[in-house]
Design a protein around this ligand. Structure first.
Ligand SMILES: [Zn+2]
Length: 263
């Protein structure tokens, strides 16, 4: 079972009130990278559920939601295909740091027609069909397709040995990563940390604070929203967490003023 909470070490410049970078292990990086696999409909649904909005996507989403199924949608179409799209299938198990998408991550089962097992020539064409839900009807014999199949992901031959290890996710677990405020991810090194302090013009090392924080599903949604509209995602999630959506722009402005004073 993948983790639902991970730890991060933040390096915060208290003077400019910003997160310089986060030191993270593979689990947090796996979560960040998994954002790229989310359909736009899933992202909009998650923000909608948390009463957050990013751009105009919520209008589009609500339009689909509000249009009557019976009157406007074709009878063979399900609105949930748009409102709750399936996340890309992968066997890389990543931390579940977003609510409501768990099922999609673990749904790797497929089904075929029950008549396939009978061996009868009459049903020989049934084996050509596969379904992603046991309630599907076989196009050949019209039976239910509830014989379960297991999904197998193709791996290039060089990776077969590695796949037998207990590691999960996308990136290797032995490396510590550096996640910048704009979510740039790179391997951690002492040199890059020092270069960064100089790049950000951090003159007063006494104002730099290390803080270990927990990151769970509540912060996961906040990060999802922030990365759609901000270049200071970690600062927004961890240092302005107490602000509401309506108060956010005001808070950001005051942070900017503070930063200008420092520079
Ligand atoms: Zn069949």
């Amino acid at each position: 079972m993948a983790a639902t909470k991970v730890s991060l070490k933040l390096l915060i410049d208290k003077k400019s009130h910003r997160v310089l970078f986060a030191e993270a292990d593979n689990k947090f990086v796996d979560f960040l990278f998994s954002i790229l696999t989310l359909p736009v409909g899933t992202v909009t649904m998650l923000l909608q559920e948390e009463k957050m909005q990013a751009g105009c996507l919520h209008s589009l989403y609500e339009s689909v939601d509000n249009l009557s199924d019976d009157i406007y949608f074709r009878p063979d179409q399900d609105k949930d295909f748009l409102l709750k799209p399936k996340v890309a299938i992968s066997d890389a198990r990543v931390p579940l740091l977003l609510p409501s998408v768990e099922q999609s991550y673990t749904a790797r089962n497929f089904y075929r027609c029950v008549q396939v097992n009978t061996g009868s020539a009459r049903y020989s064409n049934c084996g050509k069909y596969v379904a992603n839900d046991w309630r599907a009807i076989c196009p050949h014999c019209k039976s239910l397709m509830y014989t379960e199949l297991k999904y197998v992901e193709y791996r290039p031959p060089r990776d077969i040995k590695a796949s037998s290890s207990s590691e999960e996710g996308y990136v290797k677990g032995v490396i510590t990563y550096m996640v910048m405020d704009d979510l740039e991810v790179k391997p951690m090194s002492a040199i890059s940390a020092i270069t960064l302090l100089s790049k950000f013009n951090v003159m007063d090392l006494g104002a730099v604070e290390e803080k270990v924080v927990d990151f769970g599903t509540d912060k996961g949604v906040k990060l999802l929203k922030a990365c759609l509209q901000s270049k200071t995602v970690l600062t927004d999630v961890f240092l302005t967490a107490e602000t509401t959506i309506t108060g956010e722009s005001v808070k950001k402005k005051s942070v900017l003023v503070k930063r200008r004073r420092v520079v």
